[in-house]
Design a protein around this ligand. Structure first.
Ligand SMILES: Nc1ncnc2c1ncn2[C@@H]1O[C@H](COP(=O)(O)OP(=O)(O)OP(=O)(O)O)[C@@H](O)[C@H]1O
Ligand SMILES: [Mg+2]
Length: 258
């Protein structure tokens, strides 16, 4: 599908933005997502947390088409993922993803990292792609590093470039998978500040993180996963004041006591 093709009518102005119904996924014999139902409305800031191995990464990777799944449905703005290649490509264009390990191309400058998909996938001219990239590099407060290579940047700077790169493609939903957990403590704040600023723009955000300060400040809703299931999904203030599930309470007690 070409960048200039219009989105299907069903993709325009429909809420919820993400609708997951009866999602099940196995890696071989390992059942890693079990009967997941989740609705994410436009503008929601959702934090997903839970113990290691509970399926958080797998869930958000399924939501942007990086992982196939065997049962259930995922719709992004009304477009189904996984039904056929065309719809999957359309749905994927709605999401931007930021990973723990930045995933920048090491042989490309910061600017070239940001313009690559704009030029190759969205068929923008070099000049237009650079203008868009510089806008987003400015928004993440790193325009002066446009000509640097990833290895010349700190981890926090690299992650801010990764966020700018995802934003260049004008996603409607941003997915973050532990975006600060590979960073030294002094760099965590600069990345969280960029994410807080993004949240204020009204962007729909789904963030796997253990940064409970960020979750308290920014999230509207918290999803807590355990052993492949969503065992709690609550407004943020209710989750922090009175998580209902014993596993969630234990998780909070452990994480907040550190
Ligand atoms: N590519 C894979 N092949 C086989 N099993 C996998 C694969 N990726 C993940 N798993 C398994 O699926 C389960 C869920 O993994 P997932 O990475 O989604 O957990 P997580 O909640 O993100 O954990 P963490 O907090 O450690 O990142 C785990 O048991 C994991 O070992
Ligand atoms: Mg993970």
């Amino acid at each position: 599908m070409l960048a200039q093709d219009p989105l299907p009518v069903s993709a325009i102005n429909t809420t919820p933005q993400v609708q997951v119904d009866g999602l099940n996924k196995w890696f071989g014999a390992l059942h890693v997502l079990k009967d997941i139902d989740l609705t994410i409305r436009a503008g929601t800031r959702m934090v997903v947390c839970g113990p290691s191995g509970s399926g958080k990464s797998t869930l958000i990777r399924c939501c942007n088409g990086l992982e196939p799944f065997q049962k259930g449905t995922i719709q992004l703005d009304g477009v189904a993922l996984g039904r056929n290649a065309r719809e999957t490509a359309t749905a994927r264009r709605l999401t931007g993803m930021v990973f723990q390990s930045f995933n920048l191309f090491p042989h490309l400058t910061v600017l070239a990292n940001c313009t690559l998909a704009l030029r190759r996938v969205f068929l923008k001219s070099g000049r237009e792609a650079e203008e868009i990239a510089m806008q987003h590099l400015t928004a993440v407060r790193i325009p002066e590093k446009a000509q640097a290579y990833p290895a010349q940047l700190s981890g926090g700077q690299q992650q801010r470039v990764a966020i700018a790169r995802a934003l260049c493609l004008n996603p409607r939903i941003m997915l973050f998978d532990e975006p600060t957990s590979a960073l030294d403590p002094e760099m965590i704040k600069e990345v969280l500040d960029v994410m807080i600023a993004l949240a204020k723009t009204g962007m729909t955000m789904v963030c796997v993180t253990h940064e409970m300060g960020f979750a308290r400040e920014v999230a509207d809703e918290i999803v807590f996963m355990d052993e492949g299931r969503i065992v709690e999904h609550a407004p943020s203030k209710d989750f922090f004041s009175a998580a209902a599930h014993p596993r969630a309470r234990l998780f909070l007690d452990t994480i907040l006591s550190h």
